[in-house]
Design a protein around this ligand. Structure first.
Ligand code: SAM
Length: 286
């Protein structure tokens, strides 16, 4: 008779994004029962565990050692140990470590989610923007060239777009969005969700730029930036569909600059906005 223990289970456990009251009963129960907890920052997770009276064998698992740790996690699971994976806040793998572990172990081992808080869902739930379809963009590239390129690629994205942003770059990101998407694109900024100084800005990009600069406190903390999709904005302006159709015809026949110039003369719309739209239409038609 074999005495080999059955394989262990890997639990992907969500933790609060700022308010300890959002820790779920299943998260506590799971973190209490597992043999090891892999955490992005063990000191940070230790504080959380102490708060809930959980003693644990904590193992570091972050972006820099994730690949190397996979073999170790495999051996623990093979020896029958149950393992939990947590990140600093929210749901692991969502702009947080864990992807490689789940990707590489998912076929051979039992992996169970213990769902809970995530800033993207918390943000969308109060944004009032369409949520039937949305894109999650995560963090934009840090450098301006990469950031602008990523934003320009979304110029005619019709779904609500969700971006994560930190206090270091929020002002620059809003400036870049204003430049690329135009002043009246609808936007919702969720700051410090679930925390004491939670704030939700709703309005357009021009208003958001004023709001973020008017008080330095508005620039602090963590942010979910949600941008209305292109179609939604255009649906309030029936002419825009015609403008886009006209521009499509012109960019097929003329250089982008000339097409935008001509369209501006015909429609009376701003040349630089039409130029950006023409660039994106050109890219789509390549
Ligand atoms: N895994 C996390 C989740 O499920 O939301 C996200 C981790 S990511 C490293 C951190 C980013 O998430 C922050 O820079 C911010 O954009 C967003 N975020 C996390 N907590 C937040 C909060 N309380 N309010 C607003 N945004 C938050």
């Amino acid at each position: 008779m074999s005495t080999k223990k059955p394989q262990g289970t890997l639990y992907i456990v969500a933790t609060p994004i700022g308010n300890l009251g959002d820790m779920t009963a299943r998260a506590i129960e799971t973190l209490k029962k597992v043999d090891k907890i892999c955490a992005e920052d063990t000191r940070n997770t230790r504080k959380l565990l102490t708060h809930f009276g959980i003693q644990a064998d904590l193992q570091a698992l972050h972006d820099h050692n994730e690949q190397n740790k996979i073999g170790l996690i495999k051996s623990w699971l093979d020896s029958g140990e149950n393992i939990a994976l947590v990140s600093d806040a929210g749901t692991p793998l969502i702009s947080d470590p864990g992807y490689h572990v789940v990707n590489q172990l998912g076929d051979a081992y039992k992996i169970e989610p213990i769902p809970g808080a995530s800033a993207i869902i918390a943000g969308l739930s109060v944004a009032g923007l369409p949520t039937d379809r949305f894109t999650f963009e995560g963090f934009l590239p840090a450098k301006s060239v990469g950031r602008n390129k990523a934003l320009e690629a979304n110029l005619t994205e019709r779904r609500t777009q969700v971006y994560y942003e930190s206090s270091h770059r929020i002002v620059k990101t809003i400036e870049a969005m204003l430049e690329i998407f135009g002043s009246d694109r609808k936007v919702v900024l969720a700051r410090e969700l679930t925390k004491m100084f939670e704030q939700i800005y709703r309005g357009d990009l021009a208003g958001l730029q004023v709001w973020i600069k008017v008080d330095r406190m508005h620039q602090k903390g963590e942010f979910v930036l949600m941008l209305a999709g292109y179609e939604q904005e255009q649906s309030t302006d029936e002419q825009s569909v015609a403008v886009e159709s006209l521009l499509k015809i012109l960019v097929d026949e003329l250089p982008v600059k000339q097409a935008a110039g001509l369209a501006a003369k015909i429609t009376g719309k701003k040349k630089n906005e039409l130029y950006k739209l023409a660039m994106s239409l050109k890219k789509q038609s390549l």
